[in-house]
Design a protein around this ligand. Structure first.
Ligand code: NG1
Ligand code: ZN
Length: 532
């Protein structure tokens, strides 16, 4: 049964601020680090319960606030196969975080134990990690206090990227089984990616070095560790924005989120025309590429462009290997309309549109033999179904060129982090395709031109008053709003616009796209006005 005394004593050291309501949303808990101590402690408790519920399987806990400012922090739970916490447990997280007193917390713990039918006598194991934020040190201690109240076997992964923590979680749960995902160490992660990329790069003419903006975050030391393993001669990269010990620099005027939302290079970076650049976000689970042309004009190669590049390459490999395996792409409503058109009309690949949030994309991608999913902001990966894995691993090629394509597909299985989007792994995927095609960023970019678009935030009284349908492309409530949006879009050439409440910020987002920059901006403003 529950050791109430242990929980109460531990909880007294992590009092909850009275005036805040916490919500476990798409990005877990995220807030100013100052108000997160009690939340971290309670997430430790919940991780213990989740592990017990799953008979002692290892649960992951990642302390990070991704692309948010340095003063923020956050925490997410990772389920055993490296996927996001099952959505049915998000409510338990919110319930525990908001208990007002130690007694209320104990009452709610009992409630969760009963509702979720948890056998407390089962063992529990948790692996935890954290990013470079200065607040991590004390917040991680709070998580550990929560775990310790339940006598959990603990693995401290230390400073890691979010996708590394997902990788470790899956490895720990599959070790010694036929589904073993890899060695459950960071060294094992590097070796797996390095071996795969070295195989894929073999005999190819080296590309000029890639400049990597690490957002002054955890991606910087991790990229450098990786380059030591693989060697600069195989992967020539130049890490920049790698100041993880300079206060206040994390995600500041750099990183994938800055580049994507501002549609420009990191501040004070002069792009050398036609050279390749990319940016990670603060926890290295997102990546976007970019370059400048001869006039110095900035060109973004975002998640949509990566999806197109990856899908095209994988489809070619599948064909060359003589396999009959279906590739599909999953996007959200934020995908540029030009990318959807390119995928369906040029690549002739099926496209599914789902609501925002990795769990929706991941889930939809699982229904394809090979599912490529990317959010426009650069979060994404490629999933191979179990039967496709078997096909690729066991197929006997009948020609040397089939054999070569098959070898490349097999290496891709190892290269791609199938637990979650991973900036390092996705970077290597893009580099592989560019290497094989011998493409410059401009040649990659030539697939299609993005329709001009604008994303704006609208601060409203109550964002929960907004509900959507049709993968967020239509507003249901407030009533009558969709008709007004339709009216605004009606006469705009190439116009498309939709409105949805953010899952991570207290605002409503308005997206608009049109044939010209000016009309896209006008449409966004018009729709923002009717929302407000
Ligand atoms: P919200 O705040 O729900 O729009 C944002 C991103 C998502 C996703 C989550 C998780 C946009 C428009 N939205 O969600 O794609 O990455 O954060 O971090 O980019
Ligand atoms: Zn992130």
């Amino acid at each position: 049964s529950l050791n109430e005394n242990a929980v109460r004593t531990a909880s007294q050291a992590h009092p909850r601020p009275a005036d805040i309501t916490y919500t476990y949303g798409t990005a877990g808990f995220r807030a100013d680090a100052e108000v997160l101590d009690s939340v971290m402690f309670r997430v430790g408790l919940l991780a213990a319960l989740r592990s017990k519920k799953l008979g002692g399987k290892t649960i992951g806990v990642m302390v990070t606030a991704s692309h948010n400012p340095e003063k923020d922090n956050g925490v997410k739970l990772v389920d055993p196969m490296g996927e996001m916490l099952h959505s049915s447990w998000e409510a338990y997280a919110t319930l525990l975080a908001n208990a007002l007193s130690d007694d209320a917390l104990i009452a709610r713990l009992k409630e969760v134990v009963q509702t979720a039918e948890i056998d407390l006598s089962k063992p529990a194991k948790v692996v935890y990690g954290y990013d470079t934020r200065p607040s991590c040190r004390t917040l991680v201690r709070a998580v550990v206090d929560g775990l310790s109240a339940f006598d959990v076997e603990q693995v401290n992964a230390g400073l890691v990227t979010t996708p590394q923590l997902h990788y470790l979680t899956r490895c720990l749960n599959t070790e010694g089984t036929p589904d073993a995902y890899g060695e459950p160490t960071i060294e094992g992660y590097y070796k797996k990616l390095a071996n795969a990329y070295t195989t894929l790069a073999k005999g190819r003419h080296l590309l000029p070095a890639l400049t990597v903006d690490c957002a002054n975050g955890v991606g910087a030391p991790k990229l450098k560790e990786f380059v030591k393993v693989i060697g600069q001669d195989i992967l020539p990269v130049i890490p920049v924005r790698d100041h993880i010990n300079l206060a206040g620099q994390l995600n500041l005027n750099c990183g994938a989120d800055y580049v994507k939302t501002q549609q420009r290079a990191p501040k004070n970076v002069d792009l050398v025309p036609w050279q390749r650049y990319c940016s990670f976000d603060g926890d290295a689970d997102r990546i976007v590429f970019y370059y400048a042309d001869g006039e110095g004009t900035f060109h973004l190669l975002d998640g949509d462009k990566i999806a197109g590049l990856a899908a095209g390459f994988i489809m070619d490999l599948v064909k060359d290997a003589g396999l009959s395996v279906k590739v599909g792409v999953v996007q959200t409503a934020y995908a540029n309309g030009a990318s959807t058109k390119y995928l369906t009309e040029v690549l002739d690949v099926p496209v599914t549109c789902v609501p925002t949030g990795v769990k929706h994309l991941h889930h939809a991608a699982e229904s394809y033999d090979i599912g490529v999913y990317f959010e426009a902001n650069g979060h994404g990966t490629v999933l191979f179904s179990p039967s496709t894995l078997t096909t690729i691993r066991t197929h006997t090629p009948s020609t040397p060129s089939q054999s070569a394509a098959l070898d490349n597909l097999r290496a891709l299985l190892e290269l791609i982090n199938q637990t979650v989007g991973d900036a390092l792994s996705d970077m290597l995927l893009v580099e592989t395709v560019l290497l094989h095609r011998q493409w410059t960023p401009a040649q990659w970019d030539a697939a299609y031109s993005d329709f001009p678009n604008r994303l704006v935030k609208v601060l409203v009284q109550d964002r929960h008053a907004f509900t959507t349908t049709d993968a967020e492309r239509k507003v249901e409530k407030p009533e009558g709003l969709q008709a007004k949006i339709d009216e605004a879009v009606k006469d705009v050439v190439g116009g498309r616009s939709f409105v949805r409440p953010s899952g991570t910020e207290d605002c409503v987002r308005v997206y608009a796209e049109a044939a010209t920059r000016e009309t896209a901006d006008q449409l966004a403003n018009k729709v923002a006005y009717v929302v407000f």
